[in-house]
Design a protein around this ligand. Structure first.
Ligand code: HEM
Ligand SMILES: *[C@@H]1O[C@H](CO)[C@@H](O)[C@H](O)[C@H]1NC(C)=O
Ligand SMILES: *[C@@H]1O[C@H](CO)[C@@H](O)[C@H](O)[C@H]1NC(C)=O
Length: 340
């Protein structure tokens, strides 16, 4: 018996297993549904564009939900799972509270249409990725091809979002570190932040920038000094009742709020950034040249945004037995049927 040969073929198996493990991401392919659901991408595009026309805040909402999905435990639709009588989910986290209902509804509608056409085939994670891409393109941003075949998560942790997502008052060094930990460069961080060319933020997210107590009566502006004074005044006015009415929200990009363009970066140069994390990209010497570049050249922004969001779209994806194709995006397949 040649034990040496046995030993080396065992080793070969181990090597093969490792090779399979590290290449699971490569199982995503552009034409994943070409045989099993050839009209999947068209169905999703139709549903979300109708939703966007009737509810123009949909694009921003879906794009943000996609970011939260991918940044927290990978692009696996874990963000879509609703809390149930049996278990809490990512939706219970503080950081998930402002995710807009329209975004979830857009995904639900697309999934419902897909289940009629090809039941049990298209994952919720892929629906969300395609919907976000289509809505970026629809609002004027770049088109980027996506590889498909993501499986849906088998878990959704209520603690994960607050642990993994940046806050609106995070410093740039902190943002850089959080993004780098997931493989994103400073350039990716700045390009992806350009998503704030769309949508809203609630007053509580930037209230400390506009309602500042001046210490010692030194005559300092009662707002973040990096903020354009007229803009600060306008925000103080819009948010004056925000504690009583926490639903008040203002546009992230005051100049062209519904258009996916590079105005977000132009705004930062003028002190018109809404969140501290936005404005600080202009203050910090590491990110400032990128803001300058994207403000001057929308083509460069679109190219870098597309590259960065494609990278985001394969973060921690699950394939094979690591996941399932959910029948309903808000519920694991194994869940007991809810009563009532
Ligand atoms: C760099 C770190 C980031 C921080 C600290 C951050 C934080 C925030 C906050 C606080 C809001 C306001 C939420 C509200 O009050 O309703 C918001 C909105 C938004 N974020 Fe981010 N974000 C970041 C990166 C991103 C990325 C990478 C994307 C997508 C690629 C994104 C997409 C959006 C969108 C589209 C909105 C508007 C949502 C709506 O109108 O419903 N954000 N973000
Ligand atoms: C940042 O914001 C969070 C929640 O919005 C708050 O709990 C925290 O105290 C803030 N941190 C700083 C340094 O202001
Ligand atoms: C804008 O950026 C694109 C892409 O990087 C580049 O090809 C083009 O030359 C730039 N345009 C200007 C005016 O700098």
């Amino acid at each position: 018996m040649d034990t040496h040969r046995l030993h080396s073929s065992g080793l070969l198996l181990v090597v093969l297993a490792v090779a399979v493990a590290v290449t699971t991401e490569a199982k995503l392919v552009p034409n994943f549904y070409s045989k099993t659901c050839p009209s999947a991408e068209r169905i999703i595009a139709d549903v979300v564009s109708q939703k966007q026309l009737s509810q123009p805040t949909t694009a921003a909402g879906v794009l943000r939900v996609f970011f939260h999905d991918c940044f927290v435990s990978g692009c696996d639709a874990s963000v879509l799972v609703a809390p149930s009588a049996f278990a809490r989910s990512e939706r219970d986290a503080a950081q998930s509270q402002s995710l807009p209902g329209d975004a979830f509804e857009a995904v639900t509608r697309a999934k419902t249409a897909l289940e009629l056409e090809c039941p049990g085939v298209v994952s919720c994670a892929d629906v969300l990725a395609i919907a976000a891409r289509d809505l970026v393109t629809m609002t004027g941003g770049p088109f980027y091809p996506l590889r498909l075949g993501r499986k849906d998560a088998l878990a959704s942790s209520p603690a994960a979002p607050d642990a993994e997502l940046p806050l609106a008052n995070s410093t740039v060094p902190r943002l850089i570190a959080m993004f780098a930990a997931k493989g994103f460069t400073d350039q990716d961080l700045v390009a992806l932040s350009g998503a704030h060319t769309l949508g809203f933020a609630h007053c509580s997210e930037f209230a400390d920038r506009i309602f500042r107590r001046t210490k010692g009566g030194g005559g300092a502006a009662p707002h973040d000094p990096t903020m354009n004074p007229a803009y600060a005044k306008g925000l103080q006015d819009a948010c004056k009742n925000y504690l009583r009415d926490p639903t008040v929200a203002v546009f992230n990009d005051i100049m062209t709020p519904g258009k996916f363009d590079n105005m977000y970066f132009v705004n930062l140069q003028r002190g018109l950034g809404l969140l501290s994390t936005d404005q600080e990209l202009w203050t910090d010497p590491r990110t400032r040249p990128l803001v300058q570049r994207y403000a001057a050249n929308q083509t460069a922004f679109f190219a870098d945004f597309a590259r960065a969001i494609v990278k985001l779209s394969v973060q921690g994806v699950k394939t094979g037995r690591d996941g399932e194709v959910r029948r309903r995006c808000d519920m694991f397949n194994g869940n007991p049927v809810p009563r009532g």
